[in-house]
Design a protein around this ligand. Structure first.
Ligand code: HEM
Length: 430
């Protein structure tokens, strides 16, 4: 039987900005809810999301068709001369094969085992000084924020810290040369924004396509350069690593597809978690003193931020065979949307789920990084950035508050959860 909660319209602007009461209604009334606007079943209970995500044979990750559909709709809506420009740009680009995010076993495993070498414990430990240096530089930007007579500074936390830190870190870890940074920063930001699936003007579509082509050219040249002369960075490992069973190097298109996923999956997500973490510190000021200097409590705080405001709100799966989930019949070929954001606030799994609890037992059970074979491969890097970042912020500053009149709001998107700006007041710690 199909389920629908009558009073819920998930894709309305207001609901996208603040979806949590709609998610509660769905968990209670229709945990596998059919959403006709996208012809997709939205799964909101923790146990059901876990059940589906761990059964990759029935619920396949080959969902690129779903993502492409929205791009095709945008392309079809563009004027003919814009379509022509886009086709010209596309002709110059490599067609990227699916590599991890949108593949199933066994193809998925071949790439995943090569890429996992980039995120081993040793690699993450090795990256700590670079990560710390980037954080310290952005602490410097906060130190130059406007200061009033009472010693209170003000800044947009997103542009001073949350946005540049993950972008700089991924650029450093990849090994992007300094001279290419301004272009890389713009192109990587555009690549990440593509996942918002928000409508673009024809000019934006062309500009984004030009950036994507430039980024491909830059990364292709770097793969070649690292094959000639290896360095101590991620591109070197990807350029020279061999695929498990075929013992061959990655093609350029495969390497670019993987790099693209790092940019799309790994940048705005961490920015979003920094933003919502700061919102939480401002709204619950007692937490600032409580977690300051305590690595264990900061760790739980970070997990709670990820739980309460999952940066990837949800991702699709393709149903491969007739099945049922939570009593709802799903025919082969239908799509489901696994809502990590709704599952993370399921009262059946987390006590008092709408309140951050820095003493929550097993806070790491949250699903913001997914679960099973596609569990976020970059999670150790993201956790390192967030833990070191909040530690440094609390060490150097005190009295974080929302600036007068600031009321941070998420951008309406059913995939990402960005805070475009976040004006805060704060003071230096003496
Ligand atoms: C707070 C930050 C992050 C969040 C919330 C996040 C979230 C996720 C989620 C939910 C998935 C699972 C996808 C699925 O099941 O279909 C995923 C996969 C992935 N993430 Fe992350 N991510 C973050 C940071 C990063 C970083 C820093 C990187 C790399 C530099 C990264 C790279 C990837 C890749 C390559 C995959 C695909 C893995 C696979 O399919 O096997 N992510 N991420």
């Amino acid at each position: 039987m199909s389920q629908q909660a009558a009073a819920v319209s998930l894709f309305e602007r207001e609901t996208l900005i603040d979806p949590y009461s709609a998610f509660k209604t769905l968990r209670d009334q229709a945990p596998v809810h059919y959403e006709p606007a996208l012809d997709i079943h939205v799964v909101t209970r923790y146990e059901l999301v876990r059940e589906a995500i761990r059964d990759a044979k029935t619920f396949s990750s080959k969902f690129d068709g779903f993502l492409n559909k929205s791009r095709e709709i945008m392309f079809a809506a563009a004027p003919p001369e814009v379509q022509q420009k886009l086709l010209d740009i596309n002709r110059q680009m490599l067609l990227l094969p699916p590599t991890m995010l949108t593949l199933d076993e066994p193809e998925h495993t071949r790439y995943r085992s090569l890429v996992s070498r980039l995120f081993t414990g040793a690699e993450i430990r090795k990256s700590e000084p670079t990560v710390q240096a980037v954080i310290d530089r952005s602490i410097g930007s906060l130190l130059s924020g406007h200061k009033d007579g009472a010693g209170c500074r003000q800044a947009d936390f997103m542009s001073a810290f949350a946005f540049p830190v993950p972008l700089r870190i991924i650029g450093d870890r990849l090994g992007i040369p300094e001279a290419d940074r301004p272009f890389f920063d713009e192109a990587a930001t555009a690549a990440a924004a593509a996942l918002r699936l928000s409508p673009l003007t024809p000019e934006e579509m062309v500009h984004r396509a030009e950036l994507a082509l430039g980024l491909q050219n830059l990364l292709t040249a770097l793969v070649d350069a690292r094959r000639e002369q290896p360095a101590d960075d991620m591109i070197t490992i990807l350029a020279n690593g061999r695929l498990q069973d075929e013992a061959r190097l990655l093609t350029h298109a495969e390497a670019l597809s993987i790099l693209q996923q790092f940019l799309v999956a790994g940048h705005e997500t961490t920015t979003s978690a920094f933003g919502w973490g700061m919102v939480l510190l401002c709204r619950r000021p007692e937490l600032q003193a409580e977690i300051r200097g305590d690595a264990g409590l900061i760790r739980t705080f970070v997990e709670e931020v990820l739980r309460m405001e999952a940066p990837v709100q949800g991702l699709p799966r393709l149903v491969t065979r007739d099945t049922t989930l939570g009593g709802v019949r799903l025919p082969a070929g239908s799509m489901i949307l696994l809502s990590f954001a709704a599952a993370n606030r399921d009262e059946r799994q987390f006590e008092d789920p709408d309140r951050a609890n820095i003493h929550r037992p097993k806070a790491g059970m949250q699903l913001a990084f997914g679960s099973g074979v596609h569990f976020c491969i970059g999670a150790p890097l993201a956790r390192q950035e967030l833990n070191l970042g909040f530690r440094a912020l609390l060490d150097r500053f005190t009295r974080f508050r929302l600036a007068e009149g600031a009321s941070p709001q998420a951008e309406p998107s059913f995939i990402l959860r960005n805070v475009p700006e976040l004006h805060i007041d704060y003071q230096e710690r003496r």
